[in-house]
Write a protein that binds this ligand. Sequence first.
Ligand SMILES: Nc1nc2c(c(=O)[nH]1)N[C@H]1C(S)=C(S)[C@@H](COP(=O)(O)OP(=O)(O)OC[C@H]3O[C@@H](n4cnc5c(N)ncnc54)[C@H](O)[C@@H]3O)O[C@H]1N2
Ligand code: MOO
Length: 414
Amino acid sequence: MPAGDIPARLMPVSEALSRLLDSASPFRAVRDLPLSECRGQYLAHDVVSRVDVPAFDNAAVDGVALRFADLDEPGLTLPMPLRIAAGDPPATLMPGQVARIFTGAPVPAGADTVLMQEDCELADGRVRLPGRDRVSAGQNIRPAGQDAGQGQVVMERGQRLTPQALGLIASVGCATVTVNAPRVLILTSGDEIQAPDETPLPGKIFDSNGPLLEQLLRQSGFPDCRREHLPDDPAMIENTLTRVLTDPQQRPDVIISTGGVSVGEEDHLRAVLEKQGRLDFWRLAIKPGKPFTYGHVDGIPLFGLPGNPSAVLVCYLMLVLPTLRRCCGAASVLPAPLSLPADFAIPRPGKRQEYLRVRCVNQGGQLSLEKHPNQSSGMLSSAVWADGLAVVPVGATVIAGDRLDYFSFAHLLN
Ligand SMILES: Nc1nc2c(c(=O)[nH]1)N[C@H]1C(S)=C(S)[C@@H](COP(=O)(O)OP(=O)(O)OC[C@H]3O[C@@H](n4cnc5c(N)ncnc54)[C@H](O)[C@@H]3O)O[C@H]1N2
Ligand code: MOO
């Protein structure tokens, strides 16, 4: 499509997402990291357990270990010559005896059941036991390999390293993991943009997209990001792209730009992309975010987000992040939305699928969605007020009580 031509139809969001996911190729950049440094990142390789977890049958409670077959009528009293604490080596229990045992300690060979100390009477090296009818054979024993078996894949490539995943990986004896480590270049654009620490100048605005995108990336597991700013000058945009693509120290794996992709005379990014690389598609039926642009330069994917900050937020969460996750090998790239009633109306059908900045509120135990009164894509205060996005499909109208798909920010960034 020659630069300047405007496509007759806006591409549906679902089609754009399918095309992005289909085009996602695995990241080549990976890095070995200690567990303490990789929270939130995505595994590049499966994690295989080095051991059985637990490594041995162990007591789930503080009490006594015995043979179920030794139990009889209530009141039977047996000698307790053994004492086994967590960390002790394996021991053996003789028939007709019980062992004092503590939570996490190895169940001695010969024992098959553990009773809680509250259910017995311990005195003078002997134990008075309950009757067999009050006990189940095998109770209170956590069997070896219950959590993970030696050689078992416990975490798969593409899975995210949550705190609980890191705990599991440590439990199977792995101290480092290999994570995807794409370098992301954030390109903000526009002659009107100033850094937030500069003196405000007439006609200029402070850059919010740069900090917004950088923190979105960090929070979603992509800490290796760098920012550059582009003026509204095609030659300088070309030079910057050539420099970063040809210098191995700077060459990114992904580029995310903001601004300069609409139809104005100062919107040059798309034209440069077409000249220097390949434009895959442009203009979606999404609100905010209509001028969303996707292409490649020298084989590197470039997501061209619009300049309006809330369009950046929506396009990142709904289109860019799912694609990055797929490049990491993730099977699931978007959370399932909740279906919640709206407490507002949208009387006129729209031509674009709209992502409203909403809050989920609890009224007397019933959850419902409240919409920020100002949905301008130039505003970020509404995105701070909101805790998620509600989706209004193309052509739909809404009356209060209608259910909408709702994605919380916490869930989207989880
Ligand atoms: N004639 C038309 N005009 C516009 C259309 C259209 O279809 N026809 N689409 C509108 C829509 S929708 C959007 S969204 C914007 C997006 O335009 P661009 O992607 O080219 O973005 P810019 O024009 O460069 O910037 C838009 C807006 O965002 C501000 N901005 C840019 N960068 C930053 C930054 N780093 N931090 C904070 N704010 C930023 C910029 O100053 C503009 O106000 O186009 C509409 N126009
Ligand atoms: O698609 Mo734009 O972000 O609505 O203003």
